[in-house]
Design a protein around this ligand. Structure first.
Ligand code: ADP
Length: 378
């Protein structure tokens, strides 16, 4: 029989967190509980950093109890410490609720901020193949060309392409317990699941496993001080994407689309998805907009033209610009030498730089991610 969230909460209420017998669900320390259709369960227990030792046996007990529940095929339980305005762990040990009082409020929608990272921006698309990764990578480089400190997180778990786009290989260095140093490419910090696992491994992952991997790449990588972390999202608008949009402290999202009607319908779904979780849409980008013949200079609109601009107006979101369908963009991407890095003064780089400038302007209307949290690992 399929396990439900209620079943999980019921089981977790057999686990107590103090001598007074306060149960885990009643303690206000339980994060959102996620149950996927395959019976995998994910949750975290919110603690103050000083409580890590005391809570590890409780975490293990909770994990064991869930694993023993019929219908559960796997469990991810972690200890998390966050500091933020809405969080019970802010600056002091969380207090269990007084008897008869409601439990502490649930954690904020966007999860804890990342220490030192001012903005996290998702680059998303309604479907694969529209040039989302190419755009994310060149946009990140164009933001760096403005003098910003930039990181790029390849969260496209099912088809990580950032290692190839940056011509990077090898494994990231472990710098301290469970922390990885990001890789470096063309002056920006880069992390991808492609550096960590074999290409096919993630293909079978579903919701919580994807989220767990992405959370680790966000929080167990020493990003340092960044003005902006660009996240290349998995394409589409399914559960994995929605969970990620919800669980990541995003300042906003950018949607990449080609001008065809079908792609635009998918792009609209992308806008709807981010709106559902109250992530501001920073703008829509039309990719592969115009083809300029390298021989005669004639401009053809192979996939139509202007569709994304019109769609952005219809959806009442900003339009950030058009990127032409261009041989140099494709060849440079596929050769691991992104066009903005290798030809920074060329016409293609200018297109990305203009879009990056608009994006940065739109972002500064959005709230920065919040105060630095502390993370404790299980
Ligand atoms: P997605 O991330 O949406 O799946 P990619 O960024 O991997 O898409 O791009 C798919 C293919 O299209 C790649 O071969 C890439 O080089 C090419 N491509 C992307 N944008 C452009 C563009 N503006 N002009 C030419 N080729 C492009």
């Amino acid at each position: 029989m399929a396990i439900t969230r209620d079943d999980v909460l019921k089981t977790l209420s057999t686990v107590t967190v103090d001598a007074g017998g306060t149960t885990l669900p009643a303690s206000g320390r339980l994060s959102q509980v996620v149950v996927d259709p395959n019976g995998r369960v994910m949750f975290s227990i919110l603690i103050d950093p000083s409580e890590a030792e005391r809570f590890e046996p409780i975490r293990r007990q909770a994990e064991g109890a869930i694993l023993a529940t019929p219908g559960v095929s796997g469990v991810f339980a972690s200890l998390t410490s966050e500091r933020g305005p809405n969080h019970p762990a802010q600056g002091q040990a969380p207090q269990p609720p007084a008897p008869g009082r409601p439990a502490a409020p649930p954690p904020p929608r966007t999860g804890p901020a990342l220490p030192g990272v001012r903005h996290i921006v998702a680059v998303a698309s309604g479907k694969g193949g529209v040039g989302k990764s190419t755009t994310a990578c060149n946009l990140a480089l164009a933001l760096a060309a403005q003098g910003l400190k930039v990181g790029l997180l390849d969260a496209d778990i099912y088809g990580p392409s950032v290692p190839k786009l940056f011509g990077l290989s090898g494994k990231p260095r472990v710098i301290e317990e469970r922390m990885l140093a990001p890789m470096e490419g063309y002056g920006i910090k880069v992390m991808s699941i492609g550096f960590l696992i074999e290409a096919e491994t993630a293909m079978i992952w579903r919701g919580p496993m994807v989220q767990s991997a992405i959370t680790q790449m966000l929080r167990e990588v020493a990003w340092g001080d960044l003005d902006i972390l660009v996240v290349d999202m998995p394409p589409g608008t399914g559960d994995a994407q929605l969970t990620m949009a919800q669980a990541t402290p995003l300042s906003g999202a950018v949607i990449v689309s080609t001008p065809q009607d079908l792609a635009l319908i998918d792009a609209r779904r992308g806008v709807t998805m981010f709106r559902k979780v109250s992530v501001p849409i920073l703008g829509v980008i039309e990719n592969m907009a115009t083809f300029v013949c390298p021989n005669c200079g004639h401009a053809s609109h192979i996939f139509g033209h202007g569709g994304a601009r019109d769609e952005a107006a219809r959806l009442d979101v900003p339009f950030l610009g058009e990127i032409p369908l261009n041989m140099t963009i494709r060849e440079s991407s596929d050769a691991g030498r992104p066009v903005v890095a290798v030809d920074p003064d060329g016409p293609q780089a200018k297109v990305y730089r203009d879009i990056a400038a608009k994006l940065w302007t739109n972002l500064n209307g959005a709230p920065a991610t919040r105060a630095a949290p502390r993370i404790v690992f299980e």
